[in-house]
Design a protein around this ligand. Structure first.
Ligand SMILES: Cc1ncc(COP(=O)(O)O)c(C=O)c1O
Length: 399
């Protein structure tokens, strides 16, 4: 059975008894000791990876991380795991890599559920290619409108880029069902933005049948500056490299250049070795925990907060149709930034603003919301700290 106290002890952040109550894990997760130890070990060693005879140890850890990600996602092979700097770069790698395949008059589909990493990237890509961009609406349950998707799919649809779990409301899209629909009615390549999903769900990329999937390690207790692009080898092989340089080539002479095989073809230059090796340690450490049980704990805390917030006058909740560890809310007639500032003064870390998802906020009809995001290391005491600070902030603002 998952023990949140034991889990919390793995995070040095909580050794500081004055630590801010951290309720912003959807932005970035706290870091476990396992990551810090592995990173320190790396920086106390020497060398690069895949460069010299003496860098065998680093190279083995680096490739072990790739294998762990393959297992995490049930990807086709280790070669279908490409290191990027994060979700944003992974999506840009796909969009840039497909430029030659998308012609004027082709169509690209995104939705109102998207983070800017997906929304802006495909909007700009459509402009560059002269492709038509369709933005699917989301319903009052924040789910992508399936009939709108059906109406948009046709032989010209080249890419459908979907959000899996929303960073705004925590809403989970029925990704498998959506991809089945897409396959039935088009030949489109499907990209899944799993930046949030990766820390909440067990993902099987082959089962959901995605061509591309992207996530960032920092949302899964890993280091900043490292992320993953994975998917089907056949789809990844279609991508023109975003970056050119060392280690992504097979042969270079003055008249001709040939590229290396996947994954190296898409990983030019010296990689973020510390990031990958640190993430390797995180993935190994995570194996002892059951993701469903961890999620259940975080969701229970969030649900309790939602129930309590419902008793507050003028509190508006934007709840997801499924249980979620995200609480998206605001108080009518109180600026979110004002409330967040008072909460920060009382050592509560929460998020206020547009959450890098302005089309989503427009759909909610709001210029900002507040967001709490619970993680398995949060405890009941964090909930109590939040409400003590909330009550005193509201009292001040309503004076
Ligand atoms: C749903 C979603 N997509 C994409 C991103 C972008 O991730 P990154 O900034 O790590 O590239 C985020 C980050 O908050 C996100 O929540």
């Amino acid at each position: 059975m998952f023990n949140p106290q034991q889990f919390r002890l793995q995070f040095p952040y909580f050794r500081d008894t004055q630590a801010v109550t951290y309720l912003d894990s959807a932005a970035t997760a706290l870091k476990p000791q396992a990551l810090i130890d592995a990173t320190l070990d790396f920086y106390q060693s020497s060398g690069s990876v895949h460069r010299s005879q003496y860098d065998e140890k680093q190279t083995a850890l680096y490739e072990q991380a790739r294998h762990r990600v393959r297992t995490l996602l049930n990807a086709e092979s280790d070669n279908a795991v490409i290191w990027t700097s994060g979700t944003t770069q992974a999506i840009n790698t796909v969009a840039n890599g497909l430029l030659a395949h998308i012609k004027a008059g082709d169509e690209i589909i995104i939705s109102e559920a998207d983070h800017h990493a997906n929304f802006v990237t495909w909007t700009e890509t459509a402009k560059k290619c002269g492709a038509k961009l369709h933005i699917l609406p989301i319903g009052d349950d924040w789910l992508i409108d399936k009939s709108a998707l059906l109406a948009r799919l046709n032989p010209k649809t080249k890419v459908v880029a979907l959000n899996f779990v929303s960073n705004v409301t925590g809403t989970q899209q029925p990704i498998e069902e959506l991809i089945t629909l897409i396959r039935r009615h088009s030949q489109a390549l499907v990209l899944v933005d799993a930046a949030q999903a990766i820390s909440h769900l067990a993902i099987d990329v082959q089962k959901i049948d995605a061509d591309f999937i992207a996530f960032s390690a920092h949302k899964l207790y890993g280091p900043n500056g490292i992320g993953v692009l994975s998917g089907k080898l056949k789809a990844l092989e279609m991508l023109e490299p975003l970056n050119f340089g060392g280690k992504m080539v097979a042969r270079v002479d003055k008249t001709a250049i040939s590229f290396a095989e996947l994954p190296y073809r898409l990983e030019a230059g010296t990689p973020n070795i510390a990031g990958v090796i640190g993430f390797n340690a995180v993935l190994e450490w995570l194996q002892q925990y059951d993701i469903a049980q961890m999620e259940q704990h975080a969701v229970a805390l969030a649900q309790q907060v939602k129930n309590r917030l419902k008793t507050y006058a003028q509190c508006r909740l934007f709840d997801s149709p499924q249980p979620s560890s995200v609480v998206c809310f605001l108080f009518e007639h109180i600026h979110c930034a004002d409330l967040a500032t008072l909460m920060a003064e009382q050592h509560i870390a929460l998020r206020s603003g547009v959450h890098c998802a302005q089309p989503y906020l427009a759909r909610l009809g709001r210029s900002a919301t507040l967001r709490l995001s619970f993680a398995p290391y949060n405890l009941q005491q964090d909930v109590e700290n939040f409400f003590v600070a909330l009550d005193s902030s509201l009292a001040l603002l309503r004076e």
